[in-house]
Design a protein around this ligand. Sequence first.
Ligand code: GLC
Length: 730
Amino acid sequence: MMDVQVQKIDALIGEMTLEEKIGQLQQCGPSLVGAFEVSFEELLDMMFDGRISQEEFGRLMSTAEKDFHEDNLRAGKIGSYNGVGDALTANRLQKIAVEESRLGIPLLFGYDVIHGFRTVTPIPLAESCAWDPELWQRTARMAAEEATAAGIHMTFAPMVDVAKDARWGRVSEGAGEDTLLNGDYGAAKVRGFQGEDLSQADAMAACLKHFAAYGAGEAGKDYNRVDMSEQRLWEEYLPAYKACIDAGARAVMPAFNDLNGVPCTVNEWLLRDVLRDEWGFDGITVSDANAIAECVNHGVVADRQAAAKEALRAGIDMDMTSNVYAENLAGLIEAGEIAEELLDQAVYRILKLKIELGLFENPYQTNEDKEKRTLVKREYRALAREVATKSMVLLKNESILPLNPQQKIAVFGALANDPGQMTGAWAIGAQENDCFSLAQAMDAQGIRYAYHPGIVDGSVATDEIEKAVASADVVILAIGEQKEESGEAASKADISLPAIQLELAEMLIQTGKPVVAVLFNGRPLAIPTVAEQVPAILEAWHPGIEAGNAILDILYGVVNPSAKLTTTFPFATGQCPLYYDHISTGRPGGKSKFTSKYLDTPLEPVYPFGYGLSYTTFSYSDLQVETTDDVVRLAVTVTNSGARAGEEIVQCYVQDKVAKRARPVKQLKAYKKVLLQPGESITMGFAVLFEKLGYYDRKMDYTLEVGAFTFFVGGNSRDTLSETTYLSFG
Ligand code: GLC
């Protein structure tokens, strides 16, 4: 930030009234007004708890219009909007701010561009299975180009909440259960969103979230308490957020949850000691939606006034849609309850971001024509298809795949024919007619097939199915989750497939025809029966607008699948949270009675972290481990032992065998994707810095423990070569 700009901010703050300063902290979400007296949120609750029918809700919604509170905007009481996603509206509001308010301070528009804007790409959990930071950055760049053309300046992304419990619906929004992958994913997204120069019109500020440890909610229940040792917080959860800060993220969104009893929204230790003092973050913090007000529900403040005071004190700069700041800060400051200096600091950071984004020089960074030209460009659609094929995980293949064009296909399952379901959670710019379902892609590619939903009026349509199967060579079965079953406020106490889907699968298996299951889901599922009985399984997730074409690219072998799971697939919900980097315990699970296990469920997951198949096979040999200076160097030979070219994601894990605190049995420390031709071998090298092998001891000192370390290398977290070496860190 140049001095002249700093001086400009100081001068501007010097001109601002108290109300105008508070206005800059106000992020307004357009409220919906219509033929209903209550708020939209209340109306939603009334529908959710059955006080009004879905039809009544729909009818009332048809009368709804967005109220952008223009009078407040004119009066300088609004500094930002959440939920504006088109150039026309953005420019209309910007014009009021810049030309009709007293100081003409431009607006900052934030929105949830989580996995693409109009060109919706696979949900983050899917894309994380590509293990490919270069790809993650490219899709983020595309998202930024589209979203900024629609008037958006900041995205509430990347979400890098390490999630080890598949019951949590928001596991769909991040990069799974591993710390390193979440950090790499988030950093790549920050680079892609923000580009080389934040003042460029197609640069979008990244707002990492949710700070911190939102994915560790007890029992996988959304918004639930998070209680963990500081050691575990620093070792497993904070590094992913830090990676995004180091990549230059300009905003941070604290999480809804409490952290050891103190809500993140009013957690001064988290927002000032860690984020600002230790990590040196100088961007803005923006609360989650209504989160400041909800500190009253947490029971840590008595009322909204106290919430405003504690949030500003803790370091929340921007109040997302709760109005608590707007209602209370002036009175608190005038009463001497809180220093105006804290307000000025928040205003400073917000104005600084607006300058960094070039909003003062160029408040109108897009227009309708640019928006129209940019959305869903051909090259964007091509990238959406590429990333979808690189995100789909081949879980099983008993010589069924790839299909050949001569085979007659019967397709079952409504998810095969529902384009709207393909975009998954948080697809704010999605338009259903942009999406290709599997059936639509088959039509578009001229593939002949018979389709049947399989389940009609809640029952398996046995007779019709038998007829449809009779003339088919192969059956494709589309099963899984609706997009509403994952994402926010979508935790589940049972992550198995619905019984009716299992019944359909069973019925199709019994026909004796080869069955390929295509899974559409936003979380790991407990699918032991499908895994055992269905001969071919493709995990497609919610793959975005190019879903159908990408699935066909994989099923017909146009693309050789290479993706690997970034979350563990449990055998049963009761195993959750189930994750690969667990600790051993004093009685590691095993065959004998008195060990850590369940009586009614196997110890192992159905599919482990890092698992995924290819149409070729890979073998590993000659693992070498040596230490030089402050790094451990590994070398391993990987061979494509199959008959076609393929990419393998080679994974490197470590275990610290003895330490003052129990260490995980495996921790991912490095990975690389490599393309190998049939029969080709390559010796791959990994370097693991000593500093990455430490842990926090009981006194919270970061410690490198002299002793034995085992290094594992393989194509997943279970099937590996290993070597143990003694490290003295000397
Ligand atoms: C939601 C989510 C957050 C999102 C915000 C704005 O409640 O928790 O991830 O960015 O509201 O839509």
